[in-house]
Design a protein around this ligand. Sequence first.
Ligand code: PBG
Length: 332
Amino acid sequence: MSSEITTTTPIHRPRRLRRTATLRRCCVETTLTVDDLIYPMFVMEGEEQKVEIASMPGCYRYTLDLLLKEIAEVYHLGINAVALFPVIPEANKDDTGTESYNPEGLVQRTVKAIKQAVPEILVITDIALDPFTTHGHDGIVDENGVILNDPTVEVLVKMAVSQAAAGSDMVAPSDMMDGRIGAIRKALDAQGYIDVRILAYSAKYASAYYGPFRDALDSAPKFGDKKTYQMDAANAREAIKEVALDIAEGADIVMVKPALAYLDIVRQVKDYTNLPVAVYNVSGEYAMIKAAAQNGWIDEKKVILETLTSMKRAGADLILTYFAKEVALMLK
Ligand code: PBG
């Protein structure tokens, strides 16, 4: 069959390379693997209990015994790292978050237990005061409601050292105070924890996408909002400024949070630095997919894979995601 070449016959036909599944596999630019995933998990006091978080179907607050079983299971599925978030009983909260550096606190006990039960899995611990303060802010608040930077950093440093002493592999400051990465790095080094890594929440936005997470921890701020420390969604250059400072202060990995609405920031950060870039696929992003899927409005598995692949395409090397276990099962 010969066909006539006309002026409308294109020379370039990109569809040629999309013709078969084999060809498409050959031309894939981005691959999502289980190695990319970090699983955020919630731990609470007590025994033999797991409680589903209403706004995060499929996510639970676990007591330590059940958390250990779950961690053994996810490690077996190939997940390399978990990020821990504690549900602190009201009775242990105060104005300045002193429970955060209690050597026998929930986080410290949990880290020790994980490192005994599943020593190979990487344990990442969060650094911020909000789970530990009565007011729910990430820092110390003065009588006028102002978040005090430097006194907060002093507490964050104690928290980091106590987590390192408990065996944390990586500390992850999510508080957005100025200068905290440098202060934490110096303190860790001075105490001999030179190999404890810092995953810096560098460009963390004041986002409405954190709603379900605050339900999970009962940590919503009791007054005001977090806009004097977390960033404005409208800003991109400011993200690079924050990333630059965290790198200069000693961050090992930088993070952009949330992920989905901020993929342009992820790309800019990726182009800016040679450090690994992490993103946090946050609770509200998870809840939106779950809710639509429960209504039968989207194909859940396909949407999850498309979303996380897009994060990698934007430049993410690591993805903190509540979908980690599901994705590990899907990729098996
Ligand atoms: C608090 C913290 C938050 C998240 C992680 N660490 C919430 C906040 O800043 O209020 C949100 C995670 C999520 O929404 O999944 N330091």
